[in-house]
Write a protein that binds this ligand. Sequence first.
Ligand code: MN
Length: 326
Amino acid sequence: MSNVEKDPTELRCAASDHGRPLPQVDVLSARDVPLGGPRAMTVRRTLPQRARTLIGAWCFIDHYGPDDIADTGGMDVAPHPHTGLQTVSWLFNGEIEHRDSLGSHAFVRPGELNLMTGGHGISHSEVSTTRTTILHGVQLWVALPEEHRHTARDFQHYVPSPARTDGADIRVFLGSLAGDTSPVRTFTPLLGAELILEPRSTTTLTIDPEFEHGLLVDHGDVRMAGTLLHAAELGYLGTGNDTLTLTNETDTAARTVLLGGTPFEEQIVMWWNFIGRSHEDIVEAREAWQNASDRFGKVDGYDGDRLPAPALPNATIAPRKNPTRH
Ligand code: MN
């Protein structure tokens, strides 16, 4: 008997120390995306991409820096709208001034969660402050489930205390990990945590087997369940695992962000800063923004014009769902 596939896929059969096969980890690479503006700070985007749209309800991962803002000009994102999603700003270094149409005026600082709920509609601006020299962090989006995607706009701030586990310092900003639980409410089961792994250390974490997980490596070489990840890569681990072993293969501390959640089964339509369920949802949101409707409100205190929406594509925007795993 022979495999008659024309293009057989390689099967990995690595075994752990205990003889159990290691779970498969997919390695997702980042692509560089300029944020726009005169000097165009660039971000590394690992979600969404062709191979994967979502990890739990996490649907967008932008990773940036460390950038000397004398070179990049820093961040200056004029007022723009969001619908159907939450934004999570998490910094490693620097400071960002946030203003939104709820009237929030906040400073995003390292180790502090700033969670903005777009719900039916919100608008905000994000500008790195003059106190900032090095800007370094992530911007993450969470898709809202159907029953909550038109919820009221909201803004929350939370500072997790660092938790210690064998070989790692952990800051849990959403969900539960290593005995620590964030009090911030989510609309679907989620995990979000920063993990700093000691040099040459191995950490085994208890995880929820109903969750899928993504590990973004900020710096260091980190083995995730046996698969080596380099800086800026995102490792994906599917559901059905109750532990996750991470090994820092470098001689200095490694920084990672661990995201997780139960698989988000709804098809979504993502375009610009909007998440809907259909092309019509997107057309409606874009029109509301272009017409300065109350749906997205007004941002006070930003020095400059709001961002105009780009032109819609000629074709109908197709819904996205994760590709079926083989
Ligand atoms: Mn935004």
